[in-house]
Design a protein around this ligand. Structure first.
Ligand code: FAD
Length: 516
């Protein structure tokens, strides 16, 4: 314990009370604290209100995600108040703000969840360094993930496992979640001159042109996360039989998966608690699916990407990334803009992109479709460009998982069967022959007959007129011919793979079988 008597609980992710080892330690731990300061710092690094800000760097948050974050903070504040505490919000550079608070509040114990993202790794070195010199005790447990990626990498001889199967073999069972129930937290101490604010609105943060109508249907916060989890777990048969990739990517009235990713991203839901709930269901349903396709298996995908990302320098770029194939992607701003703006002329692709803009969430196979289309399937645009768009628009946008999946889908790493391309016209049709998903997200095509909904440019002019949708005027012509574009992509991928042969040797045979 340092010289101060107060504890500071610094929330970053882990925006929750349940299974929160840092909070438990801050509020009691080895010696009970006289005061507890629960703090969240709004970091301008992530705030980019300009809706056209898609620059590289993977740190930009769009409106839906900021709104979700603010809802989550509001919920945390309410829950802390029930325990006699409150959330203290400050804005600014986290390093500067935190050090000011540590001094002003006479803090002896600083607690925050360990974070593997490079941004926090760099920040935490500076914070820990300051705390050490100032005699402040630091407690920074791993609780965002099931496992500690460092342990897995050590078990694997210092390198991250690069196939799911080898990851699962090493992982074993994760620690159980904490069962701490609080009746009261230590009171918040004297606040001094720190300029504490209430939870701001999106407008306060500069997101002024927000079209509130288009906000995502998902409400942020721990309370909502636990409710949603409970709802999912009630249907034991569904949990036990969960099998991905069998779900329907076009289901939007009742999506085929849990939609817990935004809650896991911000740590409104503990992954260990989620894991335990699934195990409880399995205990009462001995016949259940297994990883990689089961629901438990989905949580292990998350861990797999976290571990790979943590152990791979330059994981978020092609250059200097030893596990990423060096592919001569096209730099075509026009095609990228068509994809990003849901104007490719392929309704299945465009409807998914509209769902991304409006909801900030899409089904996994829908993400597969648009990521494949942008990269190795049709447009041959760099995966980093697509990653940036997802990074800004997804509410569940997650550094490790997003980069990992973009490398997967572009056949840059983990998965190498570049001949297997998602058709932008027939893939969606298998699930949704009537095109209801398209009609919902692209109302301009609402009256297009079923026979043409996936390829409206093939509809005769009289049908287009009757459907109030003239292709080329009301809805774009396709930006490429899928047949020739995909052939050309395969040719280029073949050439590149031949040149990249040395890289193939870096990963095991089982990677090739590693299909989801
Ligand atoms: P469920 O199927 O209910 O799965 C439960 C949880 O398991 C998810 O919430 C998620 O945490 C985890 N999970 C499921 N699938 C994966 C996967 N393939 N990889 C890692 N974890 C997984 N997921 C993100 O959380 N953040 C991202 O930024 C992200 N970017 C993606 C980009 C691309 C190109 C692709 C193809 C996938 C991406 N995913 C991302 C993975 C996956 O699509 C989502 O996690 C999933 O669709 C979320 O919906 P859910 O919570 O209903 O999933």
């Amino acid at each position: 314990m340092g010289f101060g008597s107060g504890s500071l609980m610094w929330f970053r992710k882990g925006i929750r009370i349940h299974d929160n080892p840092a909070l438990e330690y801050a509020s009691g731990g080895s010696s009970s604290s006289s005061s507890l300061y629960p703090l969240f710092i709004i970091d301008p690094h992530y705030m980019k209100p300009d809706p056209n800000a898609f620059s590289p760097g993977s740190s930009l948050a769009g409106l839906n995600r900021i709104n979700f974050l603010l809802q989550s903070l509001g919920d945390l504040d309410v829950n802390l108040k029930k325990l006699g505490s409150r959330l203290l919000i400050l804005k600014g550079d986290p390093h500067e703000v935190l050090i000011r608070c540590l001094k002003e509040w006479n803090i002896g114990k600083l607690c925050f969840e360990y974070d593997t993202d490079p941004y926090y790794q760099a920040l935490d070195i500076k914070i820990k360094d300051y705390a050490l010199k100032a005699g402040i005790e630091v407690f920074s447990p791993v609780s965002h993930t099931l496992f500690n990626p460092t342990d897995i990498i050590q078990k694997n001889g210092g390198k991250p496992p690069l196939s799911y199967q080898s990851f699962v073999k090493l992982a074993g069972e994760p620690p159980s979640p904490l069962s701490t129930k609080y009746s009261l937290l230590p009171p918040v101490g004297h606040l001094g001159s720190c300029d504490i604010s209430e939870v701001p609105t999106v407008k306060d943060l500069g997101y002024e042109d927000a079209n509130l109508e288009e906000f995502s249907p998902f409400v942020g916060g721990e309370s909502e996360a636990l409710k949603r989890l409970e709802e999912c777990m009630k249907d034991k048969k569904w949990v036990a039989n969960f099998e991905k990739p069998k779900g329907n990517p076009s289901a939007f009235l009742k999506p085929a998966t849990t939609i817990l990713s935004p809650y896991l991203k911000f740590g409104c839901l503990s992954s260990r608690y989620f894991y335990q709930c699934i195990q409880d269901v399995y205990k009462s349903s001995p016949k259940h699916t297994s990883p990689p396709v089961s629901l438990l298996g989905q949580l292990l995908w998350r861990e797999f990407f976290y571990t790979a990302a943590f152990g791979t320098p330059n994981f978020d770029r092609m250059k200097g990334n030893r596990i990423c194939k060096q592919i001569p992607w096209k730099d075509d701003e026009k095609l990228l803009e068509a994809w990003r703006g849901a104007k490719t002329g392929f309704p299945w692709i465009d409807a998914i992109m509209v769902q991304l803009h409006q909801w900030g969430w899409m089904h996994h196979l829908a993400r597969h479709s648009v990521a494949c289309f942008l990269t190795r399937g049709d447009l041959f645009v760099h995966w980093e460009k697509g990653r940036d768009v997802f990074e800004r628009l997804l509410i569940d946008s997650d550094w490790a998982i997003n980069n990992g999946n973009w490398m997967w889908l572009s056949c840059s790493s983990f998965f190498y069967q570049y001949n297997r391309i998602y058709s932008p016209t027939t893939f969606g049709k298998k699930y949704d022959p009537n095109g209801d998903f398209i009609r919902h997200f692209l109302p301009v095509l609402r009256d297009m007959p079923k026979a043409y909904i996936y390829e409206p440019w093939t509809a005769p002019p009289s049908i287009q007129t009757k459907a109030n949708c003239i292709i080329g005027k009301d809805y774009p012509m396709p930006v490429v011919s899928h047949d020739s574009a995909s052939k050309e992509c395969k040719r280029k991928m073949g050439e590149t793979y031949a040149l990249n042969k040395t890289l193939n040797g870096l990963v095991g045979e089982d990677d090739l079988k590693n299909l989801r």
